[in-house]
Design a protein. Structure first.
Length: 387
């Protein structure tokens, strides 16, 4: 396991006090970002999108517990002030600092708290495993564990962290994620590869159908290692997908991970679109929570996905426990139910991951999406979020 601090020259630290947190990463390199499509954007999104236009970055500052969204001109000033705090210590331009926020919407940042904690976090910056974990913890909100992933391709290192457990839906970034590499690529190349990696990872997950106002993925490359672009992209996709799967595993109140895989759709885009529709269905999610193999809900959600469908499809359920396949049960074959619901229910009760595989028999398109069940605990967590 690599940590973000295994990237040469990167230092970080973080602090978490109750619902509030502050994290800092010092990193110098080319940068690319992918941001939320929500029309109401956090002040941190607005500022960071502007700051990374030149493709260079020196540091990142992140606060948790407050989204700094719907906070008007004061929110913009506060986001800029956070950048200025870090830029002043690094003796660089504030435009080379990225800022991110996550938490409650509509509340002004407590800048006194941020300023008071900033110097404590900054003076203890370091490059150890513990520093990497402290940063990952500092950006958490309702997460139950820090999310860390990495890989090594030839001499190239790729390591990332993310936060996310609720307000997750396949629409751009879907959470906060920061990925670092020692590879040598321009910001334009990074942007192209990051968009591809996001398409096959963060854009394939859904916890609750809500797209946050603060979603952001940043990719920073320090430029020390030369590597084939295709090889790097595969490594980047694997790290991002690893992080994305950790998010759905940690979905608020989750008891089971859900995966929907579509085979032989008209094309790849239709396959991914269909899988996202099924995995986002609250009726499917609640059925998985109740271990109810009500495959009619899957068919219904696929039918409104806006893709070409085939009534003579096949539908198979697979149950997994601790990553191992427990059993596979065919529910529908050539468009007809096989009456295997009782067997399927037993498999679902024993599984911590439930996969539905749908063969549309229309073409060569393949796609997938990850999600989780929808439980009583999800309602409790979100009914008490601001209290």
């Amino acid at each position: 396991m690599l940590y973000i601090t295994d990237i040469n020259g990167l230092r970080c630290n973080g602090i978490k006090e109750g619902k509030n947190g502050l994290g800092i990463v010092i990193c110098s390199g080319n940068v690319a970002g992918v941001f939320t499509q929500n029309m109401f954007k956090s002040a941190s999104i607005i500022i960071t999108e502007e700051h990374i236009k030149k493709g260079l970055i020196e540091g990142i500052i992140v606060n948790s517990g407050n989204a700094n969204t719907f906070t008007g001109k004061r929110g913009i000033r506060n986001a800029k002030r956070m950048c200025e705090l870090l830029a002043s210590e690094l003796k660089t331009d504030a435009e080379k600092i990225a800022v991110a926020s996550t938490g409650v919407i509509g509340v002004q940042l407590d800048m006194d708290w941020i300023k008071s904690k900033f110097f404590k976090v900054y003076k203890d910056l370091g490059s150890s495993k513990e520093h990497a974990i402290s940063f990952a913890k500092s950006i958490m909100t309702t997460d139950s564990f820090p999310k860390i992933a990495s890989c090594e391709v030839d001499e190239c290192k790729i390591a990332g962290v993310c936060k996310g457990a609720g307000m997750i839906h396949p629409n751009m970034a879907t959470m906060l994620s920061f990925v670092f590499t020692n590879a040598d690529f321009s910001s334009e190349e990074l942007r192209e590869m990051l968009r591809t990696a996001v398409k096959y990872s963060f854009n394939t997950i859904s916890v609750d159908g809500d797209t946050s106002t603060n979603d952001m993925v940043l990719l920073v490359a320090t430029g020390e290692s030369h590597i084939n672009k295709d090889k790097f992209l595969e490594g980047l996709k694997s790290v991002c997908l690893n992080l994305a799967k950790q998010i759905v595993r940690d979905g608020e109140g989750t008891t089971k991970v859900l995966k929907v895989e579509i085979l032989n759709a008209r094309d790849e885009d239709q396959a991914f679109k269909g899988a996202r529709a099924v995995v986002s269905s609250n009726l499917v999610k609640t059925a998985v929570f109740g271990c109810d193999p009500n495959w009619g809900r899957i068919i219904a959600s696929l039918g409104y996905a806006g893709i070409d469908v085939n009534e003579e499809l096949d539908l198979t359920l697979r149950g997994y426990r601790n990553g191992e396949l427990i059993a596979e049960v065919r529910l529908v074959e050539n468009g007809l139910g096989l009456g295997n619901e009782s067997v399927a229910k037993s498999v679902m009760e024993s599984a911590d991951e439930v996969h539905f595989v749908i063969d549309l028999k229309l073409g060569n398109g393949k796609g997938y999406a990850y999600g989780c069940d929808l439980s009583y605990e999800y309602v409790r967590i979100n009914s008490e979020y601001t209290s």
